[in-house]
Write a protein that binds this ligand. Structure first.
Ligand SMILES: [Zn+2]
Ligand SMILES: [Zn+2]
Length: 133
């Protein structure tokens, strides 16, 4: 169930990564480790992003609950140029991204050619995603 609007989540497979996306608000849930895989696929080394996500201290408790354990998630702030508020499960199950936040978060950690990550995701999400359910 979507942590934000309680609508149904659909599982998509994107280049070998399972992505849970809400059919209504288009938010995305990623299980632990999946963000690193997606980041690598986008051509960015995940080390800095991975460290930032792990080290980010919660700024407050979210109203949204983890779709895996139903615990209230913590809000963390990630990124320096364009800081994003993300919801993180306190038990480490994964992260919730509102529509568009996933691309912006990864783009924050882009090194090298500017705009490459944006173009990569535009390409990925332009394809008709194959639903597994
Ligand atoms: Zn939703
Ligand atoms: Zn959880």
């Amino acid at each position: 169930m979507c942590p934000k609007c309680r609508e149904t989540m659909v599982i998509y497979e994107l280049e070998g990564v399972e992505i849970d996306q809400c059919v209504s608000c288009r938010g995305i849930w990623l299980d632990r480790g999946e963000i690193e895989t997606l980041t690598t696929l986008a051509g960015v080394k995940p080390d800095r992003l991975s460290t930032a996500l792990k080290d980010a201290a919660p700024i407050r408790t979210s109203d949204r609950r983890c779709p895996r354990c139903e615990r209230k998630m913590h809000i963390i702030v990630v990124g320096t140029q364009n800081p994003m508020e993300l919801d993180r499960c306190p038990n480490g199950h994964g992260l919730w991204f509102d529509a568009g936040e996933l691309q912006q978060t990864i783009a924050n950690f882009e090194e090298g050619e500017e705009g490459a990550v944006g173009r990569h995701f535009a390409r990925l999400f332009a394809h008709e995603l194959k639903s597994k359910t």
